[in-house]
Design a binder for this molecule. Sequence first.
Ligand code: ADP
Length: 836
Amino acid sequence: MKGTGTGALPPMLEQYVRMRDEVAAQLPHAILLFQVGDFYETFGEDAERAARLLGIALTHKSSRDFSTPMAGVPLRALDQNVERLLAAGVCVAVADQVEEPGSGLVERKVTHLLTPGTVTEERHLSADENYLAAVATGDGYALALLDVSTGEFRCAAFHTRSALYDELARCRAREVLLAPEMSGNAALKADFQTRFPVMLSPANFDEAVGRAELRAVLNEVPGSLNSAALVRACGAVLGYARLTQQGRLEMVRRVVRFEPGAHMRLSDAAVRALELFVPQSPQGVTLMDVLCQTRTAGGKRRLRAWLRAPLLDELSIRARLGGVEALTRAPDLRAGVRSLLYRAHDLERLAARVATRRATPREVAALARTLDLLPEVVALLAAQDGLLGTVRARLGGLPEVVTRIRAALVDDPPIRAGDGGLIRDGFHEELDALRRDALGHREWLAHLELSERERTGIGSLKVGYNNVFGYYLEVTGAHLGKVPTDYRQIATLKDRARFTRPDLREREREIARLEAAAGRLELEVFTELRDSLAAHAEALGEAAGALSDLDVLAGLAELATEHGWVRPVTRPGGEDARLTQARHPVVEGATGGRYVPNDAELGRGRHVLLLTGPNMAGKSTYLRTVAICALLHQIGSFVPAAGAELPIYDAVHTRIGASDDLAGGRSTFMVEMSELAGILHGATARSLVILDEVGRGTSTLDGLAIAQAALEHLHATGAHTLFATHYFELTRLEGDHPGLVNLHVAAEEDEGQGLTFYHQVVPGAARQSYGVEVARLAGLPAPVTARAGRLLGALNTQGDDAQMRRDLAALDLGRLTPLEALELLHRWQRGLLGGE
Ligand code: ADP
């Protein structure tokens, strides 16, 4: 606290400083919002920060010999300001007054600690998942992920940092805890922060503490956590979450150790290049946008999880495809399921709120409304087997919960349990009796006006109520003479007077007593109900998961039906991929009816497809179409094609476009090469590799050399490779590399008309690059394009010369047969004549 003056701090500020220090010991940079009457105040440096971050006025709290900056927000504006602070990456502690203000210092308590990765209040959350992550190292890397809002708790071990980073990027954690061995390494921390601009918070990574945390929350240290790094990461996440949740972590019931290798490897670069979740241009559409036909928030989260982690297991893929297929074949079933889902609330989150005994009456009612739908869903799914049958089984078993809630709670309860009026009449005898008695008194009061008018003969007599006197009888001046003797005057106004009677006071006190007792009892009954629901947390979580699965399957079926997608045939051991009339779902949507579908065939005898064609012809779209179909197949979705047979790929690797990593300070070329390095190291015979314009970021010859070497390497791995390039020299590789096949995207250059794109992928190499032609289309001045055309001619000859010289130098004349020499001469001549 930066005060001026010599005096000691006023008592309230002393209390503030003490609480702020306590908070700071746990969350060093948090801002403490300190209730002072109708405002939440901050003081000192925090006031300056808050004023800046929230755009609120900075004032001063001053007394005779003391002054400090102060900034506050009204109580009712708490939520929006908390949200703003969280969005700015600042944690918030809220200290509330916990007693009625009297003459002395009001007692206050920190009631909430809010951090971006651990908020659970619906109003601070988007419907998406909200992960808190912890990373520790040891033998490799360990990652723990916790979504406090649903209780989902997972962990995994990684051999390499890049695999860890890929997973972290995929789960989009909102807050990360780094073990000291990482946060203490300045270079590593800086690298981390440029990759993941999220809040980094401190936590306890001690292994023994971690074990204790695990025991406290899960009652054990699960055997799957078989390394110190895993225990430390999981322990850190739990400890931090427990701190921010004030000990309430009942929604966390188990930790699932997942194998990163159990899913298709999908690099961060691939996720970005295929625009799964984030568009590359601000108005762009993502694959997720197109896929997301789900009806519930849980379904949307589940779909995203599927898309982040495509499957490798044949049976699981078939199971999902079977579920989607059944729903495409039964339009009535699909429509029925989807209309029921439309009415469902976020069951996963509600289940977590119930498990932690935090659910409000309104949330419990929403839970009942959602559970009420389940028997109908189960009935719709009665004839289904396979995955839909499993979903049905997981949805059963909760009807008594609904009955219990329905019996106890009114249909439309208030938000807060303390407001009363939430328990149904007839549910609790004692409560009913209290209410009946209170009602009796109220009715007596309601009749009092009439009966007193009769008794006194004063037709204008009124019964009124105010906060000072409670109930009173009011008589106008003209009738004061008729006032009976049992009235006691309590107030005199200009033209009338107010009276009370001893029995009136008594009734009033009795009503207040009965209603307070009823309120207390309601709260007790509600708390008991809510706690009894916590016992069903497991089944609730199960049902919530099943509902999300069903939502995704039904959404995918809807999509497939609407857009004419087909079920791909899974060829688990197969080497061949065959797509007929495949479309890129996002580009197709953007081009309206003008989309040109294309076939793709990869496999024996053609595992590397080399694609040439002018810019803007559709090369990149073609490449991505194949990758997206492969991905969709392995999440269990139909694919946008007329026919599809696909193997199960262990990875989809992509290197597409020139994405500058400006924030990371690396040049385009450097980024390109490090991504390429990752692909060349990682690709196997079971991978799908998509490379677009490799080598573009450097000089032509360097680029060509690198592109060719990379292509040859991939060719040797046996990976299914699609390689789009503007290096026409590469098309010559076809002859000497069995399995490498040239394709091009058809385009035509008409004299004077310019280029026509057909977007049709056809066999063979493109004739020329059309680069200059595209430049002309883009509006480059005619003299410039004309000069470029002439230069190109000269360069092409030089390029051929260079190629010939290299080939010549590499010849082993002693072993060359006359036939080979002739072939070589023929090839050179063909090259010089422009490939004719
Ligand atoms: P390239 O990679 O060859 O430069 P792109 O794949 O980026 O070309 O495609 C350029 C544009 O052409 C796309 O934005 C899209 O509008 C259109 N396009 C691409 N493929 C098709 C197609 N098959 N049918 C219709 N339009 C297409």
